[in-house]
Design a binder for this molecule. Structure first.
Ligand SMILES: [Zn+2]
Length: 136
């Protein structure tokens, strides 16, 4: 399930004469928690400043704060595509509840017992076995 994205855009010319598109976007998506496998809703919010450019050289010259938006053969940029791509990138790489909201809490996350220091096998024990088997 996915809500309509709420997008705000404002168009401007900066002090250097660069045309910019500044804005933000919010969308509610349903993600599947990778820890407990339940769906949960996640609000994805992004902010951006795009600057239309004709090629990569122009893109390289942009101030760091601006993201290049390559124009197509008609000199246009596809704003919907840009915002959509940006939202997809902003989604969490591993979808997971916040720990306090998740059914699987961290106490259940321990896999097996962690041995105490003095219960750990002696790293030289294997050498002892090796020596014995050679003597046989
Ligand atoms: Zn969860």
């Amino acid at each position: 399930m996915i809500s309509d994205a709420e997008v705000k855009l404002s168009f401007d010319v900066d002090v250097q004469g660069l045309k910019i598109v500044r804005g933000d976007a919010t969308v509610d998506v349903t993600l599947e928690c990778q820890r407990c496998w339940e769906n949960y809703s996640h609000r994805c919010e992004i902010e951006f400043i795009y600057c239309p450019v004709v090629n990569d050289d122009q893109a390289d010259d942009l101030p760091d704060a601006y993201e290049p938006a390559i124009v197509d053969e008609n000199g246009e940029i596809n704003l919907i595509q840009l915002v959509e791509d940006e939202l997809i990138v902003a989604l969490p790489q591993v979808a997971m509840h916040k720990e306090e909201d998740c059914k699987v809490n961290s106490e259940n996350m321990v896999y097996g017992e962690i041995p105490l220091a003095d219960e750990r096998p002696n790293p030289f024990a294997v050498l002892k076995n090796f020596k014995q088997s050679n003597e046989e």
